[in-house]
Design a protein around this ligand. Structure first.
Ligand SMILES: Cc1cc2nc3c(=O)[nH]c(=O)nc-3n(C[C@H](O)[C@H](O)[C@H](O)COP(=O)(O)OP(=O)(O)OC[C@H]3O[C@@H](n4cnc5c(N)ncnc54)[C@H](O)[C@@H]3O)c2cc1C
Ligand code: SF4
Length: 564
């Protein structure tokens, strides 16, 4: 017997342990499958490793960001825009940034936990306005999975009956903070829908996890496991089944296939010693994040698939999107010298402004929602963004300290997060020359916003200005002009990248079928943001989780039926 056939063959090999990979591991092990989970980064559990309660001043850096912790040195997530030895490239003229995690649980260790369902219209955009493409599934196909995700993971919110912002199975939402109540008052006057936030943070105990104690430090990872992260909520229970083999420090390089084009497993580089290893499996699920999974498929070349695995359509890497983003800060004089009070809460917004407008009267399609910031958050390096901008503020010594005290909590921030329409100018491909430190070819990005997104950013800015004005406030910086695309953030920087292995009914125009199964390779699946056909104006992770559950259920059914 050859050495190869003596090695264990797993039922399923999953690549990546973030939102999608964690959910696939949870559902498949609970269904009895023997699963190997490959994760490029190290182990990390917030209950053990988080710096949740360390004050920023306890560090010489005062909590400032670093290369591997760009959101602050105590942030829960290892990764960033720039990973040593793991470059990506951009085509000339392209501004694009790619944020990547490298750890157990991926980006779920510090994500904002804004957890939104896509609405019925979000799956059929083309039928409504002729742009982009419809999904091969509709809201009714995914609704039962959203319900299960709500129940398993836990989410707070309120049922509002809004047509394209579906209700869920919510725990009670926390009360808005003072500045959030003021924003809501202004929005009510301006007829901007403002409702309680929807975050995957427990306000009631659930499945052995404690309710939030409102320390506001979710980004560092929750020591009481009260918010959602993949290691705490999905991977730990999957390990408890005894069915999961977790292999960290394993950078997947290639999905291997047999002569019939059936996936046989995954080759990976063991990061601690650079050796090449192979996991054998009957089914392969890629969940390395939307673009990493596409990269892996493009790098898995063979005589049967010379342009990358399951890429007979040539669509891998195409139709990629990111959420649009534009922001603004407003100084609110009536909040100066506020009485200091406990304004803690969850590590995110307690209010949310969903898009509820009618687009037919506007110069951009689809919509956006608004996220807010402000209040008496624990200060860290760079807080308040430059005291000298406030009226008569700055200087040295006592007067400077007094200015900080007076103005602390007297500004509010708005961030628009909107839908981008996929376009032909936005795609990624393998760079023909550049490889990473493991010798694996890297991705090269092409990116160009269209007028749809630029006009949307203008509308965001106008809306924010109107809210600040209604609050009696002032905006320090002038509104960005058309030349600056109205402050539209560069592609990738909102960190909601999707597409690249999109699903569809037509195998010449999509990579996966409606079950996220490769058209070309029946035992290959994608369970991250890759299968998305369009963005929606909602943050994507709740949909990644629901789709990964649906895909895993399908794999279980197919295995039972003997088809996989
Ligand atoms: C600051 C921030 C705030 C965010 N806020 C929100 C929010 O409020 N709401 C929301 O919906 N979304 C938010 N997101 C986005 C959200 O984090 C992602 O949508 C989600 O985590 C994607 O899940 P994933 O499983 O596809 O990828 P990830 O969570 O990135 O996990 C991918 C995993 O795969 C591993 N991996 C990659 N390549 C390989 C390889 N070749 N071999 C082995 N392993 C590999 C990585 O190490 C990583 O652990 C935010 C993201 C950031 C960074
Ligand atoms: S705010 Fe709540 S969920 Fe977030 S870290 Fe603190 S206790 Fe955990």
């Amino acid at each position: 017997m050859s050495q190869l056939s003596q090695r264990p063959e797993y039922d399923v090999c999953i690549v990546g342990s973030g939102a999608g990979g964690g959910m696939a591991a949870y559902v498949l092990t609970k269904a009895g499958a023997n699963v190997a989970l490959l994760e490029a980064g190290p182990e990390w559990y917030s209950t053990r490793d988080s710096k949740m309660l360390v004050p920023a001043y306890a560090s010489p850096r005062r909590g400032a960001g670093s290369r591997e912790k760009p959101f602050g040195e105590f942030d829960g997530c290892i990764g960033g825009w720039d990973i040593e030895g793991e470059p990506y490239t951009t085509a000339p003229g392209t501004k694009f940034s790619w944020w990547r995690a490298r750890m157990l649980g991926g980006r779920t260790n510090h994500w904002g936990r804004i957890s939104l369902r896509f609405g019925p219209d979000d799956f059929r955009g083309k039928s409504i306005d002729g742009l982009g493409d419809d999904w091969p599934i509709g809201y009714d196909d995914i609704k039962p999975y959203y319900d299960e995700v709500d129940k398993l993971i836990g989410i707070f919110g309120s049922n509002e009956g809004l047509r394209n912002n579906p209700d869920g199975i919510f725990q009670p939402a926390p009360r808005p903070r003072c500045y959030e109540l003021m924003i809501k008052q202004a929005c009510d006057k301006l007829d901007i829908t403002c409702i309680p936030g929807r975050l995957s943070i427990l306000t009631r105990p659930l499945n052995g996890r404690m309710a939030c104690h409102y320390c506001g430090q979710c980004g560092r990872g929750c020591q009481t496991n009260s918010n959602f992260s993949s290691p705490g909520v999905l991977i730990k229970p999957a390990l408890d089944t005894g069915k999961l083999t977790l292999i960290t420090g394993a950078m997947a390089r290639e999905v291997t296939i047999d002569k019939n084009g059936i996936a046989t497993g995954v080759t990976y580089i063991r990061t601690r010693d650079g050796t090449e290893q192979h996991v054998r499996a009957r089914v392969v699920v890629l969940a390395a994040s939307a673009f990493e999974s596409a990269r892996l498929m493009l790098n898995s070349k063979s005589a049967l698939f010379p342009h990358g695995l399951a890429n007979s359509s040539g669509i891998i890497g195409k139709y990629i999107t990111d959420t649009t983003g534009a922001g603004l800060n407003g100084f609110i004089p009536k909040m100066v010298n506020r009485m200091p009070h406990n304004e803690d809460g969850t590590g995110g917004n307690h209010i949310y402004m969903p898009w509820t407008k009618d687009n037919k009267k506007l110069d951009f399609p689809r919509g956006y929602h608004i996220e807010v910031g402000g209040g008496f958050d624990a200060p860290s390096y760079g807080f308040m963004g430059g005291i000298q901008r406030y009226p008569n503020a700055g200087g040295y010594g006592k007067s400077l300290k007094d200015d900080y005290r007076r103005y602390f909590g007297a500004s509010v921030g708005f961030a628009g997060r909107g839908e981008m329409i996929p376009n032909d100018d936005c795609y990624c491909e393998l760079d023909p020359k550049v490889v990473d430190k493991y010798g694996i070819p890297v991705l090269r990005f092409h990116w160009k916003w269209s007028d749809h997104e630029i006009n949307q950013a203008k509308h965001m800015q106008e809306t924010f200005h109107s809210i600040v004005a209604e609050m009696g406030g002032e905006v320090f910086s002038p509104m960005p002009t058309r030349e600056r695309e109205y402050g539209l953030a560069a592609g990738g920087t909102i960190i909601h990248e999707l597409g690249a292995t999109r699903m569809g009914n037509d195998p010449t125009k999509s990579v996966l079928n409606k079950n996220c199964q490769a058209h070309d390779v029946k035992n290959l699946f994608v369970a991250d943001g890759g299968p998305f056909v369009s963005q929606a104006d909602k943050n994507p992770t709740w949909t990644i989780l629901a789709l990964a559950w649906r895909t895993s259920d399908y794999i279980t059914q197919q295995r039972k039926a003997g088809a996989l």
